[in-house]
Design a protein around this ligand. Structure first.
Ligand SMILES: [Zn+2]
Length: 115
């Protein structure tokens, strides 16, 4: 039983690969005005991207006959999903609510789901 611990001499890698790349242009300073940590209070609910769907698709008038479209913004019980969950902008949310109400009146959407 040899008590000696054979210490392997860790030789530092003297021969570092010398990259022939030029010096990185641009001073590498600290982040300019970067926010600190992620911030207090992590958000758990990421429903979708916070981009208005109608703005991205450039829909001016929301078609109230398009039930499939409207149902994406109506909860199961028939309530209109609030804007902060869907990410719809203010003007489109207004049009959306009008469109949903029109669709309700012609019985395309339920006023309230039955249970
Ligand atoms: Zn919009």
């Amino acid at each position: 039983m040899a008590d000696e611990t054979t210490a392997t001499p860790a030789t530092p890698a003297a021969a570092a690969p010398h990259s022939t790349g030029g010096p990185s242009s641009g001073p590498r300073g600290p982040r300019p005005g970067g926010p600190g940590a992620g911030g207090p209070g992590g958000r758990k609910f990421f429903r979708r991207k916070k981009v208005c769907k109608f703005c991205t698709e450039k829909i001016d008038a929301i078609p109230y006959r398009d039930v499939r479209l409207l149902q994406g913004f109506v909860a199961e019980r028939g309530k209109i999903v609030p804007r902060r969950l869907t990410g719809v902008c203010t003007t489109h949310q207004r049009q959306l609510s009008v469109a949903i109400k029109q669709a309700r009146n012609i019985a395309l959407l339920p006023f309230a789901a039955r249970f």
